[in-house]
Design a protein around this ligand. Structure first.
Ligand SMILES: NC(=O)c1ccc[n+]([C@@H]2O[C@H](COP(=O)([O-])OP(=O)(O)OC[C@H]3O[C@@H](n4cnc5c(N)ncnc54)[C@H](OP(=O)(O)O)[C@@H]3O)[C@@H](O)[C@H]2O)c1
Length: 307
């Protein structure tokens, strides 16, 4: 049966953290979780846009329980501050949706000197998840959802000697690498949850092609070449609206039948209802091992899973 917003169970009493909840798929995710009674921590960079997002959610769900926390994933310090603030206010985090992202940007660095897309899409979420881990493990059955993309097929396992693509930057390769990192992170985290015997579960989702700000911004920034305007046109004319595009990550976060290690996405590659997909990527053992090694080394933050 098609999983829709009506399928989401009652989430009253649960605390959900959604990164990038001020727009696009993150806003659609926050709105759906809030409508079912979750307290939603909207972890966001642009606060003015976030105020509008809060209003959008309240227009639909006046009683929505919402909280704004400032988060710039391009700064490890900002990520740690956000995690500290969330952990101080909440004993448990039941749902963490690592959603925020940028695509095919011109070559740029984060505050900490990481290649921007790897830094924002993966390394920021790495540190956020690690820093929230005590609250995640304190929840009775937490879920961590990593948002990847079909672009992970273009990605390569990180080169431990050059994860930031020094001297060989390509905007789409960097995006693919970051989205493969999200994919491997979700799968690797589930392996570690299982090995530690904890109840928390890690799942992966992708939204197909969804008409958010992602393609428009990518095209406007000019780093993506002809593919920038092409994907902006494709998303506008063939993409799902964000409410439908967000369903795979919403399903991964809420479907009582979903299990750790699973991947959710649209049935027809880029469009369609949210379904469980096969995890096919060959070479993932090595990919996950390398991701853990590089992420711990680059951030200095271990992914400790201890109850
Ligand atoms: N749309 C698609 O077709 C598609 C396809 C595959 C995968 N995805 C994935 O879906 C996720 C959500 O993207 P979207 O489509 O909803 O795009 P979007 O509308 O552009 O939203 C991206 C979100 O990420 C946030 N963000 C960007 N840089 C950030 C930073 N440094 N710190 C904190 N937040 C930051 C943005 O916040 P600001 O407003 O502050 O910039 C915004 O909330 C991304 O991970 C993307 O890779 C999307």
């Amino acid at each position: 049966m098609t999983y829709t917003r009506d399928s989401i169970p009652d989430l009253t009493g649960l605390t959900a953290v959604v990164t990038g909840a001020n727009g696009g798929l993150g806003l659609a995710t926050a709105a759906a979780l809030a409508a079912k009674g979750a307290h939603v921590v909207m972890a966001v960079r642009d606060r003015a846009k976030a105020d509008e997002a809060v209003q959008t959610i309240r227009d639909e769900t006046p009683e929505a329980s919402l909280e704004l926390v400032s988060l710039d994933l391009a700064s490890q310090e900002s990520v740690k501050n956000a995690a500290r603030q969330i952990a101080a206010a909440h004993a448990t985090v039941d749902i963490l949706v690592n959603n925020a992202g940028v695509m095919a940007t011109p070559e740029r660095r984060t505050v900490d000197g990481y290649e921007l897309q790897l830094g924002v899409n993966h390394l920021g979420h790495w540190t956020l998840t690690a820093s929230l881990m005590p609250a995640i493990l304190a929840a009775p059955a937490a879920r961590v959802v990593s948002v990847t993309s079909t672009a992970h097929h273009m990605g390569r396992t990180l080169d431990p000697d050059n994860p930031h693509l020094d001297g060989r930057y390509d905007p789409w390769l960097a995006y693919g690498n970051s989205k493969l990192a999200n994919y491997y992170f979700g799968l690797g985290l589930q392996r570690r949850f299982k090995a530690a015997g904890v109840s928390a579960q890690s799942l992966v989702a992708h939204p197909g092609l969804s008409h958010s700000d992602l393609q428009v911004r990518t095209a406007a920034e000019g780093g993506a070449g002809w593919q920038g305007p092409f994907w902006a046109w494709m998303a506008a004319h063939t993409g799902m609206d964000v409410e439908h595009g967000a369903m795979p990550q919403i399903r991964a976060a809420t479907d009582p039948e979903a299990r750790g290690g699973e991947l959710y996405g649209p049935r027809f590659v880029n469009t369609g209802p949210a379904v469980k997909l096969l995890v096919l990527r060959p070479g993932r053992d090595e990919g996950i091992r390398t991701l853990w090694e590089v992420s711990e080394r680059e951030t200095g933050v271990p992914m400790t899973i201890e109850v």
